[in-house]
Design a protein. Structure first.
Length: 117
């Protein structure tokens, strides 16, 4: 299983950014995908997750109403996007995508988001 996150960068407060996670290497049917983030000096924290069908989503309170997670499934791959709006300086972090597969966590390499004027 391979996960590749992209889309990070520098954005001003109030701006928007879209992160993408390209996952491949097996079928992702019934696999929950998620985004986490880790700010400097802090522990990694949950941001959002989405079920295989996309019908069930969950968000951390800190991003609810500002971030939207979505996914596009193919036979042996999936792309999971995180649309981030109204970004705040406290959203600055390395963002990681994660796949929950058969009791194991698979992580991508992370993409840095910096919110600063």
């Amino acid at each position: 299983v391979q996960l590749q996150a992209s889309g990070g960068g520098l954005v001003q407060p109030g701006g928007s950014l879209r992160l993408s996670c390209a996952a491949s290497g097996r079928s992702f049917r019934n696999v929950v995908m998620a985004w986490f983030r880790q700010a400097p000096g802090k522990e990694r924290e949950f941001v959002a997750r989405i079920s295989w069908s996309g019908s069930d989503t969950e968000y951390a309170d800190s991003v609810k109403g500002r971030f939207t997670i979505s996914r596009d499934n193919t036979k042996n791959a999936v792309t999971v996007d995180l649309h981030m709006n109204s970004l705040k300086p406290e959203d600055t972090a390395v963002y990681y995508c994660k796949a929950f597969i058969a009791g194991l966590d698979y992580w991508g390499q992370g993409t840095l988001v910096t919110v600063s004027s």
